[in-house]
Design a protein around this ligand. Structure first.
Ligand code: DSN
Length: 438
């Protein structure tokens, strides 16, 4: 699908800076002709993409609409107010801060708004599907706060094996009395019971923060339950299932909390907002408010189920037995005891199938190797692949992995991947053919 704006922007950059233009062309080519299965990635619309490449980047707008520290912000005020109104409309809440530069920044600000340094919070540990900013020892959340972690069900005979153990979470929180209970994850394939987490938070006098970075688009479309009215604060990224620009967002229904959140974002952890990105967030929220987006989110989930089914039928184990959302964790060991996530990621990459290695619950291997892959369907669904295509994708993945990374097998799959991609072109991801070889 031809996008003349991308084309002319690329031509313009090529005239001034051929080196960067060429690298961008290679990347456009990579995106156009590979299958993107990284669960946190997506392909934005040309409107979302081009809103970022605008004169809005020229302006400082520290502060908030109507209360800036710089003159000339009258249009920025209106853009940011629109972004806020659309975010509230989309997530059916009262207040939004659209300035966080990323999901980690959103979490940093949310923590600053509701906790003092040294205070305790409860979360799922990174290796079980949590996130760096949920208490990893080298992250601000682990350096300036005391994380305590609640577990999954690790007992294979339990019907909810590898799912959140809510009773144990209650026990952890009752014992440690955290200031915050954090739910929402980066590698968790099941529905989150926000109401149950609110009961846990209430029982220990904590605030509930839901980080819906991964599932935001599904929540917005109503295909995953909303964290509202249960969570006091909701943080998210805008670029995963929500299909907006790379960035963060904080939501709440409580007036005293939004005041604290706004102070924590600016001047607490950030200076000038990225107004070109905020405009793009507004465009993305507008897209997500349309009925087509509900259909998109439904197809993301249906595709994830179909992909999981296709892999299970080929001998792979999907942790927790399946998926309710856009992602799954594939345990490679039942298929091949020696196969690591590291090798699988590399081999699939050679075949044009882009994935990330990921630890599975109780993974005996270290994070640099892992026994699993995390696969997600948001990007493939955006480019129009269907449930039937998912079985074909599972077949291609299996062919590469069963082939042990054999070069000829990878090359043969690469051809078929290219063909599938040609049938489902990406709008806005195009450039003049790369000139140089890398
Ligand atoms: N790095 C993101 C992911 O891949 O899930 C989380 O921030």
């Amino acid at each position: 699908m031809h996008d003349p704006i991308s084309q002319s922007v690329n031509d313009l950059i090529r005239r001034q800076d051929p080196e960067i233009a060429d690298l961008m062309a290679h990347e456009a080519d990579r995106q156009q002709f590979t299958l993107e299965l990284i669960a946190s990635e997506n392909h934005v619309s040309p409107a979302v993409m081009h809103a970022m490449g605008t004169c809005l980047t020229n302006k400082y707008a520290e502060g908030y609409p109507g209360a800036r520290y710089y003159g000339g912000c009258e249009f920025h005020d209106r853009i940011e107010s629109l972004a806020i109104a659309r975010a509230c409309d989309l997530f059916k809440c009262r207040f939004a801060n659209v300035q966080p530069h990323s999901g980690a920044q959103a979490n940093t600000a949310a923590f600053m708004a509701v906790m003092k340094p040294g205070e305790t919070f409860a979360s799922l540990i990174l290796k079980d599907g949590g996130h760096l900013s949920h208490g990893m020892s080298l992250n601000f959340s682990g350096v300036y706060h005391k994380p305590v972690h609640y577990p999954l069900h690790y007992d294979q005979s339990h019907p909810e094996f590898e799912q959140i153990d809510y009773d144990a979470a209650m026990a952890v929180c009752t014992e440690h009395k955290p200031k915050v209970v954090m739910c929402g994850y980066s590698a968790y394939p099941r529905t989150i019971d926000f109401a149950r987490f609110r009961k846990i938070a209430d029982a220990c006098g904590a605030l509930l923060i839901a980080d819906i970075a991964h599932i935001a688009g599904l929540v917005a479309a109503g295909v995953h339950p909303s964290p509202f009215p249960h969570a006091h604060v909701v943080t998210t990224t805008t670029h995963k299932t929500l299909r907006g620009p790379r960035g963060g967002l904080i939501l709440t229904n409580e007036e005293d909390l939004i005041k604290k959140i706004n102070r924590a974002v600016f001047p607490g952890v950030q200076g000038g907002p990225l107004m070109h990105v905020i405009a793009s967030k507004a465009v993305a929220f507008g897209e997500a408010l349309r009925p087509e987006f509900k259909d998109y989110a439904r197809r993301v989930v249906a595709n994830a189920r179909a992909l999981a089914k296709g892999l299970i039928s080929r001998g792979y184990r999907i942790t927790s037995g399946g998926t309710d959302n856009h992602l799954m964790l594939v345990d490679l060991r039942p298929k091949s005891a020696d196969l690591t996530g590291h090798d699988a990621e590399n081999w699939l990459g050679k075949a044009g199938i882009v994935v990330n290695k990921n630890g599975i619950p109780n993974d005996p291997r270290p994070p640099k190797l892992t026994s699993g892959l995390r696969l997600g369907t948001p990007a493939l669904t955006t480019r129009g692949l269907s449930e039937r295509d998912m079985d074909a994708v599972a077949g291609l993945i299996d062919e590469v992995l069963a082939g042990g990374g054999d070069e000829a097998v990878c090359a043969s799959v690469r051809e078929r991947v290219r063909h599938l991609c040609e049938k489902h072109p990406l709008p806005g991801v195009e450039a003049a053919a790369p000139v140089g070889n890398l």
